[in-house]
Design a protein around this ligand. Sequence first.
Ligand SMILES: C[S@@+](CC[C@H](N)C(=O)[O-])C[C@H]1O[C@@H](n2cnc3c(N)ncnc32)[C@H](O)[C@@H]1O
Length: 200
Amino acid sequence: MAHKPYRPKDHFFKKAHDQGLRARSAFKIDEIARRFSLFRKGQAVLDMGAAPGGFLQIIADQVGPSGKVIGVDLVAIRPLGPNVKTAVLDVLADDFDQQLLAMYGGAFDAVVSDLAPKTSGIRATDEARSIRLAGKALELARTRGKVGGSFVAKLFMGGDFEVFRDEVRAAFEEVKVVRPEATRGASIEVYLVGLRRRAA
Ligand SMILES: C[S@@+](CC[C@H](N)C(=O)[O-])C[C@H]1O[C@@H](n2cnc3c(N)ncnc32)[C@H](O)[C@@H]1O
């Protein structure tokens, strides 16, 4: 009989399961949000690359029933509370901005992206795809985010990381690079956090 490698479920996986969270990544946004006091009751937040909904659960709780969270992904997201609205959308599609506007017409207090490309195994390709997705999130933060609002985007370290960080710096008064505790050991991902969006 073939022997399957032993893959222990790590601490964060178990903790997520115990707390009814859909993904261990929930702890990442929770850590970032608490560290920078990102979300407040009543705010509107856009979550890009939101399936299965770990980030959405944390954000929905922090903005409360008077807040609004919009989650989009290539994959359908099982329904969450009444303050969460989701749709199956490709953020890189030509009509994405229009579709998003139809879902929510207001300005966002925060734009969050946990978008991750399907990895090809070719590092330069994966980094370029990751930056492209994060770039789309930054575009949305500029066009649909409030002045004074915040931004969080995951991206793979390497390649044009510094160029992208400079773009975020141009748009936000303060920029932090964070590797949350719940990030897997070997992962090359980090989160760029932009605080207080500058007026255009
Ligand atoms: C790491 S997962 C997100 C996990 C999520 N933050 C959570 O807490 O449950 C990354 C997601 O990005 C999505 N994604 C990748 N490319 C996309 C695209 N072009 N448009 C929309 N979603 C995309 C994937 O389908 C995947 O669900």
